[in-house]
Design a protein around this ligand. Structure first.
Ligand code: THU
Length: 133
């Protein structure tokens, strides 16, 4: 049902490649651009725990390095019991490029949730925040 939605198949596909031996929490993400391109990422953990990266920021890096920055939605895919939103760090990373991003979260059991990034991060630090005297 949800597999036909833009980015959903890519997010589940990326989840299959997650490297999450420490948390056993596999995450896939897919960023969809305004011109219909899709960039995926997965979480890549590390034995030095803070060196790991989330699926969303992994997808963001893939998109930016390919020259795409105009995003309309991100899809997060997990095996969690309930759909999970992006973590705070990823919200901040995404808001830089897409303040009104559509955020979709899906689970392997077919559950789905949707938010707007502006609601998940209501008072963001933005490039404009860097203005100073
Ligand atoms: N993780 C993500 O990749 N994205 C999220 O939205 C939430 C958390 C990862 C980080 C870590 O590898 C694992 O999930 C458990 O927190």
């Amino acid at each position: 049902m949800t597999a036909a939605e833009p980015g959903v198949e890519a997010a589940f596909g990326a989840m299959q490649h997650a490297y999450a031996p420490y948390s056993n929490f596999r995450v896939g993400a897919a960023l969809v651009t305004r011109d219909g391109r899709t960039f995926s990422g997965c979480n890549v953990e590390n034995s030095s725990y803070p060196a790991g990266i989330c699926a969303e920021r992994s997808a963001l890096s893939a998109a930016v390095v390919a020259g795409s920055r105009d995003f309309v939605r991100v899809v997060v895919a997990t095996e969690a019991t309930e759909p999970t939103p992006p973590c705070g760090l990823c919200r901040q990373a995404l808001v830089e490029f897409a303040p009104d991003l559509e955020v979709i979260s899906v689970t392997v059991d077919g559950k789905r949730a949707a938010w707007r990034l502006g609601n998940l991060l209501p008072a963001p630090f933005t490039p404009e925040s860097l203005a100073h005297r």
